[in-house]
Every structure is written in C-alpha cells, then in structure tokens.
Design a protein around this ligand. Structure first.
Ligand SMILES: [Zn+2]
Length: 321
C-alpha cells in the first residue's frame, strides 16, 4: 500500500529551543512518512553468552501477526506465556532494561529491542532458554544480521504513531532527556555525552534519524561501555562475571583497554541504540525529537511513561510500506 499522511496542523519545529549541535544535524535530514507494520519472513536463531549468567543462550526471533507487538518468552520456564515488551512490564533496574510478568523476568532486553525497532520489525516473538539474551560484543549487530537474514515482511496494517506535540523533560539538569515536536513525520535522536574533563570518555554529540539502513550501518555495531573503575561494582551486582575486555568497551585512563573504538563517538552512538531499544516499549513509532544529555535507561523509561501519558496517536490517513 502507498499513501500520504498529512503532518498534523499543530506540529511546529521548536528550533529556537534546540542546542546548536542538534539544530545543525537536523537541518540536513530527509523526511519520513507513516508506514505499515512489519514482521520477519521466517524464524531465525542466534547464539551467544549471557552477560549476567555467563551461560550459553539460544535466542530465536519468530514472525508474529499484525498487532502482536514485541514479546519475550522464556523456554526455560515451561508453560509460561510471553512477556510483552511494553512500558507496563518494565522492572526497576540500574543501568539496564528488564521486563517481567507474574514472576517471569527477562534481563537486558534493550539491545534486542533496539535491533528490532531499529529495523522497524514491529511484530515478533522472541524465545530464549535463559533469563537474558546473549550479550554478544555489547552491540546488537548479530541480532540485526539475523533479522536481515530472515527478511522483513510488510503486513496489511498501519503502524501506530505517537506524536510529540509538546515539550516534555525528564531527569535533572546535566542528566536529562527532553522530547520536542518535530515539523515533519519521523523520529530524530540527539545524544550529548559529557562526563567532565577528567573522564577518559571524551565529550561527544550525535544526531540520528530513525531509518533502518542507517541504523544497520552506523548504530547497530556500537558497543556498550563501562569505566574500569565501575567494573568491580557491577560485578558485585552480579553483572559481567567472566567478561573480558573484548566482550564490551572497558575504558581505562587512556581509552578502551585491549580494544579500540569503531568511531570516535561510539559511546554516543551506543546511547542512541539504547534509546531506540527503550522507546520500542511504546509499541508505536514516535514522531518527534529525543534530545538526550548524559541520560540513561531510567530516564528513557520515565520519558516513555510521559509520552504515553501526554502524547496522542497520529491520525493515520493511509500508510506506506
Ligand atoms: Zn546498551
């Protein structure tokens, strides 16, 4: 199906309130329009080691019907139903996203969600035989490759779109996330990272327009990162036992230890990957500008709650694949 969705009358680009880096990057981005829902062409599996358990995990992505959304099912908990990847399923965690329902918990879902949402796969049942997906190298590239191998199939149903029609902010000054209207359909994400002059992670900015091809090439391979000084505390939380410096980016005084950056701003790009995964919990596309400054998963979860409370579904007239 093809068609055009009118930009609602009340949308206005709040350029004057944008930081210069976001304004400059947005100026050159192309327009996007509403689209149909998509699923996978067939089931596809990937394997790897879980960051929390250190155990081998098999994760399989299955096609699902229009309106199903994204959900995770633990095959190691026989008889339990899939847990929908929605805002209502989010459990309180530090530095990661976990979902659960009726005692069935799946940790660290954000990178799998990012791969699905980044490639605009809207309906998918994710099965796994462990409490967490494989961690891979701290990126979602293997899941993206699996999705591309299975193929993406258009479905005869429009993808709902939530419109950011007012400025919404969460977090605190210096660590906050602001959502702003955008004058055209589409989602732009800006991430500003600045951990101060003494951090081995240099200040960096990146703006990304939601687009499957750009996501696959410029965001999906960007890896999660920690400071060497934080590793002990994370291990005390049960995270990262047995991980090496090749399993994610560990920053010492002089940069990544026994590893190298794919891009000078790989950390900002990974934060955008995290945003894409966490905002997938909306179950709808988002039209607007996410402007994030040193924010994390909790801010993303608070922002999705604010969107669901304050924003409206777009009046979809027609849709395009
Ligand atoms: Zn992440």
């Amino acid at each position: 199906m093809t068609g055009v969705t009118a930009v609602p009358h009340h949308l206005r680009l709040t350029q004057s309130r944008m930081p210069a880096y976001a304004r400059d990057n947005l100026a050159s981005l192309p327009q996007r329009s509403c689209r149909s829902q998509h699923t996978l062409g067939r089931s596809v599996a990937c394997h790897g080691v879980g960051f929390v358990t250190g155990a081998q995990v098999e994760l399989t992505l299955h096609p699902a019907a229009p309106g199903f959304g994204l959900a995770f099912q633990r095959l190691d908990c026989p008889g339990t139903p899939p847990v929908p990847a929605t805002r209502d399923s989010v459990l309180p965690r530090q530095r990661r996203t976990a979902i659960g329902q009726n005692g069935v918990v799946i940790e660290l879902v954000e990178h799998v969600l990012a791969a699905l949402a980044g490639l605009q796969v809207d309906n998918c049942l994710v099965t796994l035989d462990a409490p967490e997906p494989p961690g891979f190298d701290g990126s979602c590239r293997p899941v993206v490759e699996a999705i591309l191998e299975a193929g993406r199939v258009a479905q005869d149903a429009p993808r709902p779109c939530l419109i950011i029609n007012r400025v919404l902010s969460v977090g605190l000054p210096g660590k906050q996330l602001t959502l702003r209207p955008l004058a055209r359909p589409g989602l732009a994400i800006s991430y500003h990272l600045d951990y101060g002059p003494h951090s081995p992670i240099r200040p960096q900015n990146r703006t990304f327009l939601a687009d499957p091809a750009d996501f696959a090439t410029s965001i999906a391979g960007c890896r999660t990162f920690v400071l060497d000084s934080e590793v002990e505390a994370l291990k005390n939380q049960g995270l990262g036992q047995g991980l090496t410096h090749q399993d994610l980016l560990v920053f010492g005084h002089d940069g990544p230890i026994d590893n190298h950056l794919l891009y000078p701003d790989e950390c900002a790009r990974h934060k955008i990957l995290d945003c894409i995964g966490d905002f997938a919990l909306l179950g709808a596309d988002l039209w607007g500008h996410i402007d994030a400054c040193c924010s994390g998963h909790t801010d993303n979860h608070d922002a999705t709650a604010a969107v669901l409370q304050h924003c409206h579904l777009a009046p979809v007239v027609a849709h395009a694949a």
